[in-house]
Each structure stands twice: as structure tokens, then as C-alpha cells.
Design a protein. Structure first.
Length: 74
């Protein structure tokens, strides 16, 4: 799964999201994502991370090996 596909899935679930994704190892399997969205407002970090994982529609652990997530509220 490439950067653009990860971003597309997150944007579909959270259209107002600002997303910064980095390929940590240069192998297309280990990414770090910082996501800022108003949809995170009032939610715990666990709830925010679940929202991101849910946006990836089951690809986490399959097509996408590792994704470190940092979420921010607007």
C-alpha cells in the first residue's frame, strides 16, 4: 500500500483531515502518519486511532504492515 492510497482512505472517512505521511524505512511497509481533523474533537486518543484504523478498511496488518499514528484535534 502506498502513501497516496493511505491518504485517500483517510480522506474518504475524514474529508477535513490534514494528513502528513512518511515512509519510515523506505520499504513501502512502515509508515508514520500525523492526522489533524475536527472529527477528533472531544474523542480520546484511542477513539481517534480507531477512527484512522477503521478508515483503512481492514488493510492494516494485511496490505499495510505498520502505521504509527499521531492524531491532533483542530
Amino acid at each position: 500500500m502506498d502513501l497516496k492510497e493511505i491518504e485517500r482512505h483517510i480522506k474518504e472517512a475524514m474529508p477535513d483531515a490534514s494528513i502528513n505521511i512518511q515512509d519510515l524505512a523506505g520499504d513501502g511497509n512502515h509508515y508514520s502518519a500525523t492526522i489533524t481533523s475536527s472529527e477528533f474533537n472531544g474523542k480520546t486518543k484511542i477513539e481517534q486511532h480507531k477512527m484512522v484504523y477503521n478508515s483503512l478498511k481492514g488493510k492494516m496488518g494485511n496490505e499495510l504492515h505498520a502505521l504509527a499514528i499521531k492524531t491532533k484535534e483542530i
